[in-house]
Unconditional design. Structure first.
Length: 185
């Protein structure tokens, strides 16, 4: 993929279409464009998470994930092109194992809360789930590589685990959902 951004305001999208990496044009409401947008939004939110105080190893891993997400968006942008492979998914499996190792087992549901970094990780997780749904939808209408869907599935799990890790890093714990909590209704 070469550098094709010679200018940003091209006006070519004024008619409601956008260009894909293969030169074709599709509507901005196309399933592929939705999936690309969700991946881009997730990458931006991971960037926001990186503004927080984080363990240095985790920071580097999140930066690698940002690069993967950029590649994933590139793959979605070029029909028939493959950038995300089995090794990308396997790396997330390794990170899941690493970060899950020291966490206590969950016996209750947790709320997407706690430290600011943990809450941001939960926001990333929910955007990731939306992106995964968009990729599934795209895959139901046209042939795409399985690894972007698998990658997003693993990444959403990892972001959940990281929210728990980040609460502990900040000196807190999981915020548990209280099933029988009295509510004023």
């Amino acid at each position: 993929m070469g550098n094709r951004l010679s200018k940003i305001a091209t006006r070519t999208g004024d008619n409601g279409t956008t260009g894909l990496g293969d030169g074709s044009r599709v509507g901005k409401d196309n399933q592929r464009v939705h999936a690309m947008g969700d991946v881009d939004e997730l990458n931006s939110h991971v960037g926001l998470l990186l503004c927080e105080e984080l363990p240095s190893a985790l920071r580097e891993e999140l930066i690698s994930i940002q690069h993967d997400l950029f590649d994933l968006g590139g793959e979605l942008c070029i029909p028939g092109y493959t950038l995300i492979g089995d090794a990308h998914v396997a790396r997330l499996d390794t990170l899941l194992e690493k970060y899950n190792a020291d966490l206590p087992p969950l016996k209750d549901f947790i709320l997407p809360a706690g430290s600011r970094a943990a809450a941001l990780a939960h926001v990333c997780r929910t955007i990731c789930r939306r992106g995964e749904r968009a990729i599934v939808s795209l895959g139901n209408s046209e042939k795409i590589n399985d690894n972007p869907r698998r990658y997003m599935n693993r990444l959403s799990d990892l972001l959940f685990v990281l929210s728990r890790v980040l609460n502990r890093f900040a000196g807190g714990n999981d915020v548990l959902w209280e099933k029988d909590r009295k509510r004023d209704v």
